[in-house]
Design a protein around this ligand. Structure first.
Ligand SMILES: Nc1nc2c(ncn2[C@@H]2O[C@H](COP(=O)(O)OP(=O)(O)OP(=O)(O)O)[C@@H](O)[C@H]2O)c(=O)[nH]1
Length: 204
């Protein structure tokens, strides 16, 4: 790749009516060919604080209704929060399985079925616990004229990544939604080993 070639590019925008409300969808691509999307709802000015969610792809949770994780619940809740708020942005990053990909996530699930936790399973397969990058968020937010954000997350790495990219993170909004008997242990591991900010009472 030549050093002049941009690492990320904005591609196009279209209307995206959903069950929650009428969003717009904006397409972005990395030089590698990896595609990502942002959804926007409503209007704002450059000085406004915009509620946003950065969501990593989870085919099983987001599209197949899995209760092994909280992903699908959080996605739905974040989109509803944005609509209720009147404006906001969802950055949907196609980094499935914390960056290891769908089939490796299924391998990791197989190991978790035999007793490993989510971090041990990644490491057993030869991956770091979390391989995600949030660098493309800067182009996405600049394209949508978002400079100040309130971030819906329990993950401190997302906050740090946005700050490092020069985004003004005014506040974090917890998104403790979709805790089930099937994902309690997974969320407990994320809290203990990956630094997620879940309040311990949710595991009782
Ligand atoms: N490798 C691996 N990935 C998983 C597992 N369960 C869920 N995931 C992935 O974890 C990611 C979760 O993404 P997010 O919900 O955006 O992020 P998060 O780190 O949980 O942070 P917040 O939800 O913002 O608090 C998705 O890419 C899922 O596919 C698992 O057991 N192993």
């Amino acid at each position: 790749m030549s050093s002049k070639q941009p690492k990320y590019e904005y591609v196009s925008t279209a209307k995206l009516p959903t069950r929650m409300g009428d969003f717009k969808i904006h397409g972005f691509v990395e030089a590698s060919g990896q595609e990502h999307v942002a959804l926007s709802y409503g209007e704002w000015k450059e000085d406004d604080v915009v509620p946003i969610r950065i969501h990593s792809e989870c085919l099983t949770g987001d599209s197949l209704f899995s209760t092994r994780c909280d992903c699908g619940f959080q996605l739905e809740k974040a989109m509803q929060n944005i609509v209720d708020n009147g404006h906001g942005v969802l950055l949907y990053l196609r980094q499935e399985g914390r960056g290891i990909g769908l089939l490796n996530k299924i391998r990791a699930y197989n190991l978790q079925d035999s007793g490993m936790d989510t971090v041990e399973a990644n490491e057993h397969l030869g991956f770091d616990a979390d391989l995600r990058s949030y660098d493309i968020c800067k182009l996405m937010l600049d394209t949508l004229n978002v400079k100040h954000v309130e971030l819906m997350t329990n993950n401190p790495k997302k906050l740090a990544a946005l700050k490092a990219l020069g985004i003004d993170v005014v506040a974090r909004k917890p998104i403790d939604h979709g805790i089930t008997k099937d994902n309690k242990n997974y969320l407990k591991t994320k809290t203990e080993k990956l630094g997620h900010a879940f309040d311990p009472h949710v595991f009782k």
